[in-house]
Design a protein around this ligand. Structure first.
Ligand SMILES: Nc1ncnc2c1ncn2[C@@H]1O[C@H](COP(=O)(O)OP(=O)(O)OP(=O)(O)O)[C@@H](O)[C@H]1O
Ligand SMILES: [Mg+2]
Length: 402
C-alpha cells in the first residue's frame, strides 16, 4: 500500500511503545499492523534518553512497517499526559447588523476570540476544541449560526503542552527516521478510542492509567470540559508493593500482573524471590491493602481536581483505559471513589477500528490512528473548521480543532 494511504499512530509510553498502522475505509479505520516494544529512555512520559528512546521507536516502526508491507514516513504522535493541561476559555463578540442574525463567519470569529489566549513561552497550544455557545442569555447552544441575537459568546477548551517536550518528541521521532504528521494530547487520543457518544453526552470521566502517568478527560453534553494529568501511574503501585514486601521491583511487578491468580480470593500468602534470590512467603492481605491505598489515593486526587473546577458532580460514569486498568479490582475502586458506575475499555474504538488489537493499553495508539483518519479527511475536503466532515463526522465533531 502506498505510504500516503496508511495512517500510523505512535504511542511512546513510560513502559511501553506501541505502533499501529491502519488505513481509512468507508467503514472507518482498518488496522493493517501493530508492533509493541518495552520503552527505553522514558520517565513519567518524558523522554530522558534520546538515543535509547529513538532506538526503540526505530525498531517498533520497522516491525510495524514490515508487517503492514508499507513504509512509514509520518506518524501521529501522542504528547505525554504529564505535560498536558486543559483550560476553558471564553470569548464574546457583538452582533451589530440590523437583522441580528448570527452568521457562520461570526461563529468562527467568536471561537478564534475565545481560543486566543496568551501563553508563556514554555507552553504551546496543542488543541483548541469547540465547546458550547451562548446567544444573549440563551446558553448551551450547540450551533448558533442562523439564530437571532445581539451578543454571541463561545467557550473553547484549550489543551496546552510544554514546548520543550513537544520539540523533543518531534526530534526523537525524526532521529528514528520518521516525521511527525500531527501531535495529539495523549489523554485525548485515549478518550477518542475508549468513550462512546452516549457516555460523552451523559457526562463521563475518562481515566488513562499508564505506568508513570494518569491522564484524565471529562466530557459533559458531548463537550470536553477538563483535561488533566497526574505524574503517577501503575509503576507507583509496583513500587509500593516492592517497598511494602521488601522485594525487588521486577518481582512485585510480576505478582501484581498475576494477581488474579495469586491474590484473588484463594490463598492468604504468595511466594516470591527476595533481592538475593531467597524464597519468601508474602502476605496477600498486606499486598491488597497497599494496592488499595495507592489506587484510592490516585482517584481521590482526580476527584479533588474535578472539585476545584466545580465538576465533581458531572460524570455519570467512569471509563478506564491504559494497561494499568488491568490492575485487580481497579474499576470497583473507581466506582467507589467517584460514586458512579465504572467500566474498563478492554476493546477500544467504539466508532470502529477493524482488526485493532485488544486491551486497554492500546487506547492511545488506536485513538491516534482514528484522529489521523479524520484529520486526513478534513484536510482533503479543505474544511475550515466550520462543520463536521470526514468519514465519521460525528466523531470528529467532538474532537475538532479549528
Ligand atoms: N495484567 C496487569 N495487571 C495489572 N497491571 C498491569 C498489567 N499489565 C500491565 N500493567 C501495568 O500497566 C502499566 C503500563 O500501562 P501502559 O502500557 O498503558 O503505560 P505506558 O503507556 O507505557 O505509560 P504512560 O502512559 O504512563 O507513559 C504498568 O504500570 C504495568 O504494571
Ligand atoms: Mg500511555
Amino acid at each position: 500500500m502506498p505510504t500516503d494511504q496508511t495512517i500510523t499512530g505512535l504511542d511512546i509510553g513510560t513502559a511501553t511503545t506501541r505502533c499501529l498502522v491502519g488505513c481509512a475505509t468507508d467503514a472507518g479505520l482498518e488496522v493493517l499492523a501493530s508492533a509493541v516494544r518495552p520503552s527505553a529512555g522514558v520517565f513519567r512520559g518524558e523522554i530522558v534518553d534520546f538515543d535509547a528512546c529513538a532506538g526503540v521507536l526505530r525498531a517498533c516502526l520497522e516491525e510495524a512497517a514490515a508487517a503492514a508491507e508499507a513504509p512509514i514516513a509520518e506518524v501521529f504522535g501522542a504528547v505525554p499526559n504529564a505535560q498536558c493541561r486543559g483550560l476553558n476559555s471564553r470569548g464574546c463578540i457583538p452582533i451589530t447588523r440590523p437583522e441580528r442574525e448570527v452568521t457562520p463567519q461570526d461563529v468562527v470569529k467568536v471561537m478564534r476570540a475565545a481560543g486566543n489566549i496568551a501563553l508563556p513561552n514554555d507552553r504551546v497550544a496543542l488543541h483548541k476544541i469547540r465547546g458550547t455557545f451562548a446567544v444573549d442569555d440563551h446558553h448551551g447552544v450547540v450551533q448558533p449560526a442562523g439564530m437571532g441575537g445581539s451578543r454571541l459568546e463561545a467557550e473553547v477548551h484549550v489543551v496546552t503542552g510544554a514546548s520543550t517536550s513537544v520539540e523533543n518528541l518531534r526530534r526523537c521521532v525524526e532521529r528514528a527516521g520518521c516525521q511527525v504528521e500531527h501531535l495529539v494530547a495523549q489523554a485525548l487520543a485515549a478518550a477518542l478510542a475508549s468513550l462512546t457518544e452516549a457516555e460523552r453526552q451523559a457526562g463521563v470521566l475518562g481515566v488513562n492509567l499508564g505506568a508513570g502517568t494518569t491522564g484524565c478527560v471529562l466530557y459533559a453534553k458531548d463537550t470536553l470540559r477538563f483535561t488533566r494529568c497526574l505524574p503517577v501511574g501503575g509503576d507507583h503501585v509496583t513500587s509500593d508493593l516492592a517497598a511494602g514486601w521488601g522485594i525487588p521491583f521486577e518481582e512485585a511487578e510480576r505478582i501484581k500482573r498475576e494477581w488474579d491468580e495469586v491474590g484473588g480470593d484463594g490463598p492468604d500468602s504468595v511466594e516470591a524471590q527476595g533481592a538475593s534470590g531467597e524464597s519468601l512467603r508474602l502476605s496477600i492481605h498486606r499486598g491488597r491493602a497497599v494496592m488499595r491505598a495507592r489506587v484510592e489515593e490516585t482517584f481521590e486526587i482526580v476527584r479533588r481536581e474535578l472539585a476545584r473546577e466545580g465538576l465533581e458532580q458531572v460524570p455519570a460514569s467512569v471509563v478506564l483505559s491504559g494497561q494499568g486498568a488491568l490492575l485487580h479490582r481497579v474499576a470497583a475502586r473507581a466506582a467507589e471513589v467517584f460514586g458512579v458506575p465504572c467500566r474498563t475499555a478492554t476493546r477500544c474504538a467504539p466508532t470502529g477500528a477493524k482488526g485493532a488489537p485488544a486491551g486497554p493499553g492500546w487506547a492511545t495508539a488506536i485513538g491516534l490512528a482514528l484522529y489521523g483518519c479524520e484529520r486526513r479527511a478534513q484536510v482533503a475536503s479543505g474544511e475550515d473548521g466550520g462543520g463536521p466532515g470526514g468519514l465519521a463526522g460525528r466523531l470528529w465533531a467532538w474532537l475538532k480543532d479549528f
